[in-house]
Design a protein. Structure first.
Length: 327
């Protein structure tokens, strides 16, 4: 299919305690680096202090899992291994920049008061400008393509890849969708992604492959229609779910009952929520053994796939899947 969106870019978990979340995901066998927090002085010439939110990733050859936590007021209150990234802002733009950062994280902060979990879903775009134009033509509200830099770690050091991204607002007055922050982002150039290091997760994880979004029973059709416009695709319809084929990935929209049938014992945290995501592993048997050895209790899904319950994984269930191809 000739489309500007090529798959899942990343899923982001908004957590209350960054240190605890890092410890959890490292115990699951993911390689997680130190979290980075942007920093700005409160007044011109002052000492840079954390602002907004910090994050870290479990990176894959394509895509990643993001852990995001809001910054403490003082650098001394950040996790022990955290690093500050001072932002270079002219003095006369300082107040406006701090306000803009505060506005950006406000919507996610409101969701965190409800529940921690997966509140961020970003799709991979081949061309953010093209995605923006298509969304505009479809009547979908969005921020427009914005420039950003994504750090990529290679054997030669960390390089900043220039990319563009956008957020979908769909005319919601909060600037965010009911399920959280949803958008699209370009990948770094393939040659740079292929040169990444630090992707050797002890648990054998190689990529994000599916995201599961739960909608209200009466809202299933409307939610699927929204995503049909966002993704420029028609879903396959099942009794209690709609599935969008994203090439190597998929987005499943289901109901609370559909989630509970697929992942017994799971409940969504809100009427509309990103409730689960699937990760592929090179050797699923070895992965489950590693988790068992570390005391991680796995549950069994209706299709036979094991999963880590949301309650043990900071708010979103992790479905474990054997990769279909050699890596």
């Amino acid at each position: 299919m000739d489309t500007d969106l090529t798959g899942l870019h990343h899923v982001g978990l908004v957590v209350r305690d960054m240190g605890a979340a890092i410890d959890t995901f490292r115990r699951f066998g993911f390689r997680i680096g130190p979290p980075a927090y942007p920093a700005l002085p409160a007044v011109p010439g002052g000492r840079p202090e954390p602002v907004g939110a910090g994050n870290t990733h479990a990176d894959f050859p394509r895509g990643f899992i993001e852990l995001l936590a809001f910054a403490a007021d003082r650098r001394d209150d950040l996790p022990a291994e955290a690093r500050l990234v001072p932002l270079q802002v002219p003095d006369d733009h300082l107040a406006a920049t701090r306000a803009a950062i505060g506005h950006t994280v406000a919507g996610l902060a409101a969701r965190l008061t409800r529940a921690q979990g997966a509140h961020i879903l970003v799709f991979a775009s081949a061309d953010a400008e093209r995605t923006a134009a298509r969304l505009t033509a479809a009547g979908v509200g969005h921020t427009g393509a914005r420039p950003a830099q994504r750090p990529i770690t290679t054997a030669e050091g960390t390089r900043l890849a220039a990319i563009e991204y956008l957020d979908i607002s769909d005319d919601d007055p909060t600037g965010m969708l009911p399920e959280g922050r949803v958008g699209a982002a370009e990948d770094a150039p393939p040659e740079l992604l292929d040169a990444q290091i630090g992707l050797d997760h002890p648990n054998g994880a190689v990529g994000l492959t599916e995201c599961v979004l739960v909608a209200e029973d009466e809202g299933l059709g409307a939610t699927a229609d929204r995503y049909a416009r966002y993704l420029d695709r028609t879903p396959t319809e099942y009794d209690r779910s709609r599935v969008f084929d994203l090439g190597p990935h998929r987005l499943t929209i289901t109901t609370a009952r559909g989630l509970a049938e697929r992942l017994p014992g799971e409940r969504n945290s809100a009427a509309t929520a990103l409730s689960a995501y699937a990760i592929e592993f090179t050797d699923l048997a070895a992965t489950t053994q590693l988790l068992s050895d570390r005391g991680i209790e796995l549950h069994q899904g209706a299709t036979g796939e094991p999963f880590i319950p949301a309650g043990a994984a900071h708010g979103a269930a992790i479905i474990l899947r054997q990769t279909a191809t050699a890596t």
